[in-house]
Structures are given as structure tokens and as C-alpha cells.
Design a protein around this ligand. Structure first.
Ligand SMILES: [Zn+2]
Length: 461
């Protein structure tokens, strides 16, 4: 049957309306019964907001039939490849207020706690998406960051709860298309303890490398620690392409949950930077996605697509491209890049000045074998985003011989700060910058490096 254009549009609308009414694609009665049986639970999810959580299936093995059944019904689920066990839950809208300290009743491994949350102020875009930071009462040194998205008139929740030697992650797990069709979108809940970690040989290789690094800085270079320096505000434009736009439930709230963690690191007192969101920008997603440079030169493509003038117009000092493609070609194993602070006032290349404003970060798993741990999980994405923004602020890797070095330590297991040059999974890599005040010393002081240049970055626009 040939249809004219308006007829096609009408049919499409009708199909969409029908899908909307059904919420999930049809499955046969037999399959439905079968899947209901398989979706019965013997335990509760490791994290629940009491009264707002429905456990759909707990303790799922990603290789099991349950995952297939869920995917038949709810579309492809974004389960990071290193997650070995997870829970699938749905949330109704939680009663969280922006103007007060919230106390939510939650359960963690079946035990009841109060989750204390206060709104973060790194963005004030009135879009129904808000981020909160806080802690779990009774769990020492716990750090909880949550983003609640009710912009689609559904409840999407992103959370990370850092405990002593474990992180619990909560995030939407469907793609955008299926999220739209599902009244209560699915979320994945899992612990860093249920994630695959690097084997001994990869850890040994890194230990050896660390042993051979010159940890002491030569000469008398010191980062001037100027405690009188006041807080600076840096505005970030966050952009994406079609691939990342469609990959998750809502790329804006996902991006906001990452920027919440980044803002949390930058607001530490020895850094003193307020990271603000200038704009979540998907207006050029087609341009980014239609270029083959998205695979081979995403950073260059980003700068060419989002000119310095464009950033100025959006009042954005710096910009980060959350890319939905696995980099290929010569630098296939690279998951993020930025030109860094050295472009800010390079005497030989004054024309490089604006290059320092850009960063690209890969949001999907890296297929390169050595980087199997870069799985595109929340933890990995955050490492990459905070790492690349760090370069913009003159933070650098291990072994640079100047005081802006990354730091490594043992707990007794190996730990690295966020500027370490390789991602080693959720058990080893942290989201912190090196700092004498937490993990670092005067030779490994990325916090001091950021503090020293922050007013220049804040002054870019
Ligand atoms: Zn780097």
C-alpha cells in the first residue's frame, strides 16, 4: 500500500498511541506466564526506598534466562559487562523536596536506614530534574548522591552510595525508546562487590609501573597553596550525539548525575570550584553523529561543531562531549581526551588558547582488550569525565615529575586517584583528585594544581 506523507505520519502517530496505551510490547500468554514464574523473587533488592520500590527481579545473573525475559519485554537493558549480579527494580515518585533536608526511609541489604539528602546547587535549570547529596545515617563516612528525574512524568532515579569498601549503584537501565513505553521504567541496582575486577596480572603490571615511577618531584617546584583564593564558578556545557541520546532513559538526567559527582569533587575545600551547568545541549547531535570523525577524532569534531564563539554565546567556560561511540582507529583504546591546560597560554602557540576548553568522554564500553574494565558503567563514565575535566584544570597523570601528579596507595589493595592514566575498575580507581588533605602529598597534588589555575578557567567567558 502506498501512503502519502500525511497518511504515513497519521499511521505512525496511531501506532505510537497504541504502543503508549499498551506500555509494553505484546508477548504471548504462554510467554507471559512463563516469565511471571521466572520473575518471582526470593530476596529483596540490595537498595530500596521503602514504600516507593517494586522489586521486579532480584539477584539476576546477566547470563541467565531472566535477562532474556526482561529484555523481550522491556527492550535492551544497559547492563555493564563487568556486573556479575544485579537487581531490577521500579520506583514510584519519591517525596523529595528541593527546599529542605530530606530524610528518606531506605533499606540497604535488608536493613532500614535514614537517607539524608539536601539539594545540590550546581544547576538551577527548572526541568524536573534535581540532584541531592548527603549520607546514610548510621553508616560512617557514607556519601550518597542522588538525581531524581520526573521530567517525563515517570520516576527515574540515579544514585550512588559510597560505603567504607563498597559502592552501591542505582540507575535507569532501559533505552530511551522503551523508557517512553514503560510507565514505571526499570532500574538496575548493584554493588561494586558484584563487579568483575582486574586479574592479578593487570594489577601486578600496574604495581610494577608505580614502583618505577619517580614519585619525588625534582628541584623545588611547589604548587603555591594559596588558601586566600576565593571560590570560583566554572560553567560547563554538556553535549551529546544521537548514540548517547538514545542509549539511556534520559541523557539529560544521566549527564546531571555525572556532573553531580564532578561538582562534588570540585567543591572540596582545597579545590574551591563551583561547577555549574551552562546547558545540556543535544541541538547538534545529528551533526556529531553524521561525521565519521566521531570514531577517530571525537574531540576535534566536537571543537569544530561547538566553536569557541558558540560556547561564549551559551556562557560556557568549558564543554564536554558525552560520546556514544567506541573510538576506533589508531587510538582505539582511548576513552577520553582533552587538549588540557597547557594550551591556555602556550607562548609558541597563542592560537591554541581556546583548545583548552574542550573535553570528550566515551560513554560506552571499550572493545579494546587491555581496557576490558572500561565497561561504560556509571563508575567508569565518571572516572573518564572527572579525569578529562581535570586535564582542563592542569591536573595530570602519574610520573609527570611536576607536582600535579596522580597518586596511588594501598589499603592494602591498590587504589588510584582519578588522574591515574588507566581505568582499573570500581575496586581500584577512585573519583578523587590527589591532595595532601585526603590521598596525596606535596608531590601529588592535583587539587592544588586545579586551585592554582581555577581563576583562569573561570575567566574564559
Ligand atoms: Zn589523561
Amino acid at each position: 500500500m502506498k501512503l502519502n506523507k500525511s497518511m504515513q505520519a497519521f499511521c505512525l502517530l496511531l501506532v505510537m498511541a497504541l504502543l503508549g496505551a499498551m506500555f509494553v510490547p505484546a508477548v504471548s500468554a504462554a510467554e507471559e506466564k512463563n516469565s511471571d514464574l521466572l520473575l518471582q523473587n526470593s530476596s529483596e533488592a540490595i537498595f530500596e526506598i521503602i514504600g516507593n520500590t517494586t522489586d521486579l527481579k532480584t539477584q539476576v545473573d546477566p547470563e541467565s534466562k531472566s535477562t532474556d525475559i526482561l529484555e523481550n519485554k522491556y527492550g535492551k537493558l544497559n547492563i555493564p559487562s563487568t556486573v556479575l549480579k544485579y537487581d531490577i527494580v521500579q520506583f514510584s515518585k519519591a517525596d523529595v523536596k528541593t527546599d529542605k533536608t530530606n530524610s528518606l526511609k531506605v533499606s540497604i541489604y535488608g536493613k532500614e536506614y535514614d537517607l539524608i539528602l539536601e539539594k545540590m546547587n550546581f544547576e538551577d535549570i527548572d526541568d524536573g530534574i534535581d540532584s541531592y547529596s548527603g549520607y546514610v545515617k548510621g553508616l560512617d563516612d557514607s556519601i550518597a548522591l542522588f538525581t531524581f528525574d520526573e521530567s517525563m512524568d515517570k520516576s527515574l532515579i540515579y544514585g550512588s552510595i559510597q560505603l567504607k569498601d563498597e559502592i552501591i549503584f542505582i540507575e535507569p537501565v532501559q533505552n530511551r525508546e522503551y523508557t517512553m513505553k514503560t510507565v514505571m521504567p526499570l532500574h538496575i541496582v548493584y554493588s561494586s562487590k558484584d563487579m568483575e575486577q582486574p586479574d592479578e596480572s593487570l594489577i601486578d603490571m600496574n604495581k610494577q609501573k608505580i614502583m618505577n615511577l619517580p614519585t619525588k618531584v625534582s628541584g623545588d617546584q611547589m604548587i603555591a597553596s594559596d588558601s586566600t583564593k576565593s571560590w570560583k564558578s566554572v560553567y560547563v556545557l554538556v553535549a551529546t550525539d544521537n548514540e548517547f541520546y538514545g542509549l539511556g532513559s534520559n541523557w539529560v538526567s544521566a549527564a546531571q548525575s555525572y556532573m553531580a559527582q564532578a561538582a562534588y569533587q570540585y567543591q572540596r575545600s582545597d579545590i574551591g570550584v563551583s561547577l555549574y551547568i551552562a546547558k545540556y545541549d543535544s541541538s547538534k547531535k545529528d551533526t556529531l553523529s553524521s561525521s565519521s570523525r566521531k570514531f577517530t577524532d571525537p574531540l576535534g569534531l566536537f571543537k569544530d561543531t561547538f566553536s569557541p564563539n558558540y560556547l561564549d554565546g551559551k556562557n560556557a567556560d568549558i564543554a564536554i562531549y558525552l560520546g556514544g561511540n567506541d573510538r576506533s582507529g589508531n587510538d582505539a583504546g582511548v576513552q577520553g581526551s582533552s587538549w588540557g591546560y597547557s594550551c591556555y597560554d602556550n607562548p609558541e602557540h597563542p592560537e591554541w588558547h581556546d583548545y583548552c576548553r574542550y573535553a570528550w568522554s566515551q560513554m560506552v564500553a571499550d572493545s579494546n582488550a587491555i581496557d576490558i574494565f572500561y565497561d561504560g558503567s556509571y563508575h567508569a563514565r565518571l572516572y573518564c569525565i572527572i579525569h578529562e575535566i581535570g586535564h582542563i584544570f592542569d591536573a595530570n597523570h602519574e610520573g609527570t615529575g611536576v607536582p600535579n601528579q596522580a597518586y596511588t596507595w594501598f589499603t592494602p589493595g591498590l587504589k588510584t586517584t582519578v588522574m591515574y592514566s588507566m581505568y582499573l575498575g570500581s575496586g581500584i580507581t577512585t573519583w578523587e583528585y590527589s591532595s595532601p588533605s585526603y590521598h596525596g602529598n606535596s608531590d601529588c597534588n592535583n587539587a592544588g594544581a586545579i586551585n592554582a589555575v581555577k581563576q583562569n578557567i573561570a575567566g574564559l567567558v
